[in-house]
Write a protein that binds this ligand. Structure first.
Ligand code: CP3
Length: 352
């Protein structure tokens, strides 16, 4: 596949641990409701209709790139397309978020999943969106592909919606470890195929979101998250290599996962994403010098007056240092954020 030549490779250089002229930045959820042009698009189309229409998904992905001096584009989609591809219904309800009306209740329900589904085919619309976006980006910045991590997806598949405790999903872990591991394995296989498909379609970095990491703690994480996270990096990189594609850096973001940083540093990922609850200096001590760190400004810091915001960012960049570092928020940007604050954030990172 021939794509326009990449003009800004800061993100990829930083991910590979190479020197950069300035710190690269992108923003989790940079494509989304805080942008009036996204709300306009969204007023005309359902959330998953945008995901499933490659032209519209490309448009949503490009919106933040047109507006801001970002160093990466992320493909517009959602982590819950995997449960959909496995045969589950997922709806996006206003004011609630994603809802799976028929969640997995008992281990017997695993057999209702369409485990033979060809993920590559079912989610080919994401591949098509990636191809279109790569062309339309015209090499301006690299394109990030992504997937949810197995434990986070298992959580949604059992809870049926966002949950403060994930008590139902965690009950599976404590009551039926074998069924839990079987389900995690099924999800892992889908995630691997899905990410390889994205790499083939033109994604230039792959991020895995373990957004429900904070609910596990060190013991459960070692048994129910880490092995699958590692399996994903090793199988995806192996397959990408066998296919003769360029090396593709991978990022693991475990929200609330500072207890796992030492292990994550050895898990086969090039970049570790951090939320805002850990000090950058402490994180660096835990992971050693080899991996690149990404993060970790509190998304709410964007509500601060401009002068304070600049100070926080300067401090953050100072603590992370300018090499092996990708600036980002510690989690997704909130929908009520004024886009001017994002411009100020990017500006301040570039100046720091
Ligand atoms: O980052 C980007 O700009 C790319 C697009 C993207 C979306 N979701 C679009 C989206 C990405 C990378 C995601 C990942 C995602 N989705 C995660 C992992 C990241 C994280 O936040 O921890 C999770 C847990 C989900 C599941 C999900 N999707 C939730 C919990 C919600 C509701 C949250 C909310 O803000 O309402 C969504 C909906 C969603 N995904 C929206 C967008 C733009 C808003 C939905 C809408 O337009 O109605």
């Amino acid at each position: 596949m021939e794509f326009p030549v990449l003009k800004n490779d800061r993100l990829l250089r930083a991910a590979r641990g190479e020197e950069v002229d300035r710190v690269p930045i992108w923003v989790m959820r940079q494509a989304g409701r805080y942008l009036p042009e996204f709300r306009e698009l969204r007023s005309k189309h359902g959330f998953f209709s945008i995901c499933q229409n490659p032209e519209l998904a490309a448009e949503a992905s490009l919106q933040p790139i047109r507006r801001f001096d970002l160093d990466a584009c992320i493909i517009f989609s959602d982590i819950l397309v995997i449960p959909q591809a496995l045969g589950m219904t997922v709806e996006m309800l206003p004011g609630v978020g994603p809802v799976l009306p028929e969640p997995l209740v008992s281990s017997d329900d695993i057999y209702k999943l369409d485990v033979t589904a060809d993920i590559t085919k079912k989610l080919s619309y994401v591949g098509e969106a990636i191809r279109i976006t790569r062309h339309k980006l015209d090499g301006k910045v690299p394109l990030i592909g992504f997937s949810g991590a197995p434990w986070t997806l298992m959580g949604y598949m059992i809870e049926g919606r966002g949950s403060k405790t994930l008590a139902k999903a965690k009950a599976w872990l404590y009551q039926d470890p074998n069924a839990s591991k079987h389900l995690l394995k099924v999800i892992t296989n889908s995630v691997v195929d899905y990410l390889v498909m994205q790499a083939c379609a033109g994604a230039q970095l792959l991020q895995v979101f373990e957004s429900s990491g904070e609910h596990l703690g060190p013991e459960l994480f070692k048994d129910y998250a880490l092995p699958y996270i590692k399996d994903i990096s090793s199988r995806v990189k192996g397959r990408v290599n066998e296919l003769g594609l360029d090396y593709i850096p991978m990022t693991i973001f475990v929200k609330g996962g500072h207890y796992a940083l030492e292990d994550l540093a050895e898990s086969g990922y090039d970049v570790i994403g951090l939320d805002w609850t850990i000090d950058p200096v402490e994180a660096r001590q835990k992971v050693g010098s080899r991996v690149t760190l990404q993060g970790n400004l509190d998304p709410c810091a964007l509500y601060a007056p401009e002068e304070d915001l600049r100070r926080y960012i300067k401090e953050m960049v100072k603590k992370f240092g300018k090499s092996h570092y990708i600036a980002n928020l510690g989690h997704g940007i909130y929908p009520d954020m004024n886009p001017d604050r994002v411009a100020a954030l990017i500006d301040a990172v570039h100046e720091a």
